[in-house]
Design a protein around this ligand. Structure first.
Ligand SMILES: [Fe+2]
Length: 232
């Protein structure tokens, strides 16, 4: 991986008033510049054993199968020159099929699924590929404005080679009518950049007769970078 330079026009601004919580958390003072080379720092390494077998299959974390539409989510982690980012930690978290997180802070009046925690992790392979088996998350309401609902989405964390390089983003689903009115999705100003947050249906990457396949490639830097955004 190179220096993880993020082009300024791709990521959303800190303040996007339609996305209400940014009004409170956007920095009001000038940012403090990190020393040159800080983003290239190596380590500390993710400890051996941090990722266990089956951590990339979110349908195996309960006593039975979770409810919902089973899906395989796979893609490649790439640098600005389309080179694979190898052996790099990829983590996801998401709501269950009813649109509720397994978290005490989620008060959405939708059922918990005792067989679904909604968190997974894996390392990319030597070609930069990651792969998760999960269920399609539901849309959920939030307090941003009247009748506000988040599109179906899966949160991603990309650790890079050191915690200082960590990036987070959200992956969306093709054809979701909520995308057009979602302030988080639309806080990314460029239409082509927004499109890079939307996965594509890739049936052949699914499980025949069992699970739909979606593909989502992530580009960490450069002009074709995937936007990196907030984490509601
Ligand atoms: Fe979310």
């Amino acid at each position: 991986m190179n220096d993880m330079t993020r082009p300024g026009e791709i990521d959303p601004p800190y303040l996007h008033p339609d996305y209400r919580s940014t009004r409170l958390r956007a920095p009001k003072e000038a940012l403090v510049a990190l020393p040159a080379g800080a983003y290239a720092a190596a380590g500390p390494l993710v400890p051996a054993g941090f990722v266990r077998d089956r951590d990339n299959d979110l349908t195996l974390q309960g006593k039975g199968a979770p409810l919902g539409e089973k899906m395989v989510l796979s893609g490649r982690l790439l640098d600005e020159d389309a080179r694979p980012v190898r052996r790099s930690l990829v983590e996801i978290w998401q709501a269950n099929a009813s649109g509720r997180y397994a978290h005490p802070g989620d008060t959405h009046d939708a059922p918990h699924d005792p067989n679904f925690v909604g968190m997974g992790r894996t390392f990319t392979d030597d070609e930069g590929w990651y792969r998760f088996v999960t269920i399609k998350p539901g849309a959920y309401p939030w307090q941003n404005h009247a009748f506000a609902w988040r599109p179906q989405h899966i949160h991603f964390s990309l650790l890079g080679h050191a915690p200082i390089q960590r990036l987070v983003t959200q992956m969306y689903f093709p054809g979701d009518p909520l995308l057009a009115i979602d302030p988080v999705f639309n806080s990314v100003p460029d239409e082509k950049a927004r499109a890079r947050m939307v996965s594509s249906l890739a049936l052949e990457t699914g499980l025949e007769g069992v699970a739909l396949g979606y593909r989502f490639d992530i580009v960490l830097a450069g002009a074709g970078a995937t936007p990196m955004e907030g984490t509601p």
